[in-house]
Ligand binder design. Structure first.
Ligand code: PMP
Length: 292
């Protein structure tokens, strides 16, 4: 990274942190922070459209759930978080925004045990455009990751916890080095799982197939899009998908708060058309989040 790369730590604005608004550049943590060493951190990614946060409470509830999965309690209620996220947007003059709440274990205790650490919480928000650039029109190109989504016996797989992103970052870096915009990850059994920050759907013969979320995040966007498909009487099959099945799938798209609905044109050697249903879902999701 060149010295000229702008830093998220060097911006104008305000970040809410542990009960108060602090100037953006002063929202810092100490180097001896448990979360930095042992990944005792959970976070959310949310989007607001026209001043309204889509599924705000569901995201706040998931943040609480994720903290619980790591054995700690966030000292702010779901209602507090919902209110604070709006205050952060207002304080920063944002209406269409990406919102990033994060909660973590602090600095009182270093070592694997972190029970004495104070729990901290912060909320930042900024303008964040399309996650996959112009892929909504052309379709994203994905690598196939060598890292596998681990078994539910090895990690709290339905939490949105920092530690789970280690293999996502590795996979995404390897994909980017090859010129792809993301990577599709298989699970520990070899079934298709998800991209590094988004869920995946396939279309074949008018039906939609998507992996059963039994070892990865059942995204809120995923659930929303399944609802939109079923409203249209389109059959959605949640099941285990073998990688070789991708050969016969006609269309593919990703879903996620940041990615929204993004069509996929390639996954490794498999190609897909940016077809009518994928495009329809891009539009339907866009309409829904702006109407909500
Ligand atoms: N999987 C992973 C690994 C993610 O990071 C995300 C983004 N939170 C998703 C799926 C999609 O989740 P959501 O639709 O709730 O944003």
């Amino acid at each position: 990274m060149s010295a000229a790369t702008p830093s998220y730590s060097d911006r104008d604005g305000w970040i809410w942190m542990d009960g108060a608004f602090v100037p953006w550049r002063e929202a810092q943590v100490h180097v001896l922070t448990h979360a930095l060493h042992y990944a005792s951190s959970v976070f959310e990614g949310e989007r607001a459209y026209g001043g309204k946060i889509f599924k705000s409470s569901e995201h706040s509830e998931r943040l609480h759930y994720s903290a619980g999965a790591l054995g700690f309690t966030i000292p702010w209620s779901v209602a507090d978080l919902d209110r604070l996220k709006l205050e952060v947007m207002e304080k920063n003059g944002l209406s269409d925004a990406y919102i990033r709440p994060v909660a973590w274990r602090g600095s009182e205790q270093m070592g694997v045990s972190g029970q004495l650490n104070t729990i901290h919480c912060a909320i930042a928000a900024w303008n964040w455009g399309a996650y996959y650039g112009d892929a909504k029109m052309k379709g994203a190109r994905l690598d196939i990751a060598k890292w596998k989504r681990p078994s539910p016996e090895t990690i709290p797989c339905s939490a949105k916890a920092a530690g789970l992103y280690m293999i996502c970052t590795l996979s995404k870096h390897e994909a980017e080095a090859k010129g792809y915009s993301d990577a599709l990850m298989m699970d520990y059994r070899g079934y298709v799982a998800e991209a590094t920050g988004a869920n995946v759907f396939f279309v074949k013969d008018g039906k939609v197939h998507t992996p059963q979320p039994d070892c990865f995040l059942n995204g809120l966007t995923r659930q929303t899009v399944i609802g939109l498909l079923r409203e249209r009487q389109i059959e959605v099959v949640e099941r285990h998908i073998e990688p070789a099945e991708m050969e016969g799938f006609e269309q593919c798209f990703l879903t996620g708060t940041a990615a929204e609905v993004t069509p996929v044109a390639e996954i490794g050697s498999f190609t897909f058309e940016v077809g009518a249903l994928a495009r329809e879902m891009v539009g339907a999701y866009d309409k829904l989040v702006r109407a909500a």
